[in-house]
Design a protein around this ligand. Structure first.
Ligand SMILES: NC(=O)c1ccc[n+]([C@@H]2O[C@H](COP(=O)([O-])OP(=O)(O)OC[C@H]3O[C@@H](n4cnc5c(N)ncnc54)[C@H](O)[C@@H]3O)[C@@H](O)[C@H]2O)c1
Length: 285
């Protein structure tokens, strides 16, 4: 299998990430089949894709006809068998090892043995996910960033059995989607979340321990290190539950330096998960 053999891309999960991945693959010219477990999740994924394509058109970054063609290239389904013709599949389901392993077991049965199977996991082991697949050399991490249509980079993660050919296809495919790539070994958190999660947690602790007001923690990091968002703003954007979950996974693997901040846990317990619930460290309309 090489890049030119890929015509149809499968996406498993039509949530935040799956919808974005389906969109960028369709804009790049691939036929895309996106599968979720219930039709309402598929419909909601299409709602996000259409909204995002409309914003690209409104900004003048995409022609209306190109956006409509991309939309028409995406087929939504709840039927796993519809993915059987995919040449490359990106899994973007819930971040739970047992759920991902079950999806990969099903994909290995229904797809061709040549199909490249990629996972968008943020923190789980590619090697564990691949352990349920008959040819684990074709399993690779393709860690897209949120929001997928906007963010420029994709992390390619290499599992214990991932072949060089699969790694090459993963880079080439992401580049075809107009993304830049970097490579990480299959160690907890890869590059981005390994560094990002303690950074966010330390920002939360700095605020909670009275080093600075929350606005000043964020302003300090924005102005002092030239990042577009400070740690509390970014936590609200990502979702405090997602940050807590990733921090706990990393703590279990890498030890106490990944311990989540107390205030992060308390906000999650209170249901203040950031932008998606209207309140996190800041309030949202
Ligand atoms: N949200 C982010 O910022 C972000 C960034 C990078 C990576 N990720 C990773 O991407 C993956 C997806 O995250 P998300 O934020 O899109 O989650 P999400 O909750 O928005 O979407 C997950 C979707 O998967 C569906 N699903 C669950 N089991 C399924 C199955 N067996 N078959 C088909 N669909 C199934 C759910 O119904 C849901 O629609 C996770 O592994 C996450 O760690 C998320």
């Amino acid at each position: 299998m090489n890049l030119d053999d890929i015509d149809t891309v499968g996406v498993v999960g039509a949530g935040t990430m799956g919808a974005g991945i389906a969109q960028v693959a369709a804009v790049a010219g691939y036929d895309v089949v996106v599968r979720d477990v219930e039709q309402r999740f598929v419909d909601s994924g299409f709602g996000s894709i259409e909204g995002s394509l409309d914003r690209f058109v409104a900004r003048g970054d995409l022609d209306r006809s190109a956006a409509d063609d991309a939309r028409d290239r995406i087929e939504g389904t709840t039927d796993l068998a519809a993915l059987s013709g995919a040449d490359l599949v990106v899994e973007a389901v819930t971040e739970e090892l047992s759920v991902k392993q079950s999806v990969f077991g099903d994909l290995a049965e229904s797809c061709s043995p040549e199909t490249v199977l990629a996972t968008n996991t943020s923190t789980l082991s590619i090697t564990s996910i691949a352990s349920v697949v008959d040819r684990p050399e074709r399993v690779v991490g393709l860690h897209f960033m949120n929001p997928v249509p906007v963010m420029a980079g994709v992390e390619v993660v290499v599992g214990e059995h991932t072949s060089e050919a699969t790694v090459d296809i993963a880079h080439a495919f992401a580049e075809r989607l107009d993304k830049e790539t970097w490579e990480a070994d299959d160690k907890p958190g890869f590059v981005v979340n390994r560094v990002l999660m303690p950074w966010i947690n330390e920002g939360i602790r700095a605020y909670d321990e009275g080093v600075a007001e929350k606005g000043d923690v964020d302003r300090g990091l924005r102005l002092g290190t030239n990042v577009p968002m400070g740690p509390l703003e970014l936590a609200d954007h990502v979702g405090l539950d997602v940050v807590l979950d990733a921090s706990e996974t990393l703590q279990a693997e890498l030890g106490d330096r990944y311990r989540p901040a107390y205030l992060l846990k308390r906000k999650v317990e209170a249901g203040d998960l950031g932008k998606k619930t209207g309140a996190g460290f800041y309030e949202y309309e």
